[in-house]
Design a protein around this ligand. Structure first.
Ligand SMILES: [Zn+2]
Length: 257
């Protein structure tokens, strides 16, 4: 199918939260400061990248240098600090939210349990602002080796709740932790999703790779990560353990308090 091919040719970036956090508040480096997000997205536009809505990514035509920007988990901070940046640039984006923990916190991370998540009104506000609000499951359960009950809750109940809020059927799924197996991919397809995103491990249209952008990026690492060859470089450096730290020490990390 032709749209599978075009979907694979776009760069897909994975962000999480937007905001300024200390290393202690955000041990997994999930939050990108708003001015950094602005600089990164502005830079893509300046370098001629075309930003995509989910609909155009799935079904439209687009140039080779096209990018789908995604945000996982549905943090309140995405609405408060991320949306103003996206609006200022007119940049479309896709948010993956957790239907079962709306208005809750990031309790699935013992090291960072208290980050507020959007409630239903917040999710609706994102959708009303023009973001594509899609499904990240129910409660951030890992779908690897999941039983039928867990799969149903995350892949059938979760999009049903989301559709009640946004008025739209979710078309895309993002695996919690980026992890998946054949049974999970099959369940995603059977639940009627058109596409699912992983992080590093790709497997057809139900596990499309994304490039993770996190708090430690400096402009140079962001540019490296948006090179077309980056996923290959990353896989190679994974096979050559000394290469990745060497690359990082060469390029640098963003300093955090
Ligand atoms: Zn997540």
């Amino acid at each position: 199918m032709s749209h599978t091919l075009t979907a694979r040719q776009a760069l897909v970036l994975m962000y999480h939260g937007v905001g300024r956090r200390s290393a202690r508040q955000d041990p997994f480096c999930l939050f990108v400061p708003p001015d950094t997000l602005y600089r990164q997205l502005r830079g893509l536009l300046d370098r001629g990248w075309t930003p995509l809505t989910l609909d155009r990514y799935l079904h439209g035509r687009f140039p080779r240098r096209s990018v789908l920007v995604t945000f996982d988990d549905g943090y309140q901070a995405l609405l408060d600090e991320g949306l103003p940046v996206l609006r200022k640039l007119g940049f479309p984006a896709t948010a993956f939210v957790l239907s079962g923990v709306l208005g809750g916190t990031s309790a699935w991370m013992a090291e960072m349990p208290d980050e507020p998540l959007l409630d239903a009104a917040g999710v609706r506000a994102l959708a009303d602002a023009g973001l594509d609000v899609e499904c990240h499951g129910w409660d951030h359960s890992d779908l690897v080796n999941a039983g039928t009950g867990t799969l149903a809750r995350n892949l059938v109940d979760a999009p049903a709740v989301l559709a009640d809020i946004t008025g739209k059927r979710a078309r895309a799924f993002a695996y919690p932790y980026g992890t998946h197996d054949a049974a999970a991919r099959r369940a995603v397809a059977e639940a009627g999703f058109e596409i699912a995103f992983s992080v590093h491990d790709a497997a057809g249209r139900y596990a499309v790779r994304r490039v993770d952008i996190n708090a430690t990026e400096v402009d140079a690492t962001f540019r490296v990560k948006t090179w077309r060859g980056y996923p290959t470089i990353r896989r190679m450096s994974g096979a050559v353990p000394l290469l990745r730290p060497a690359l990082h020490s060469l390029i640098g990390f963003a300093q955090r308090s």
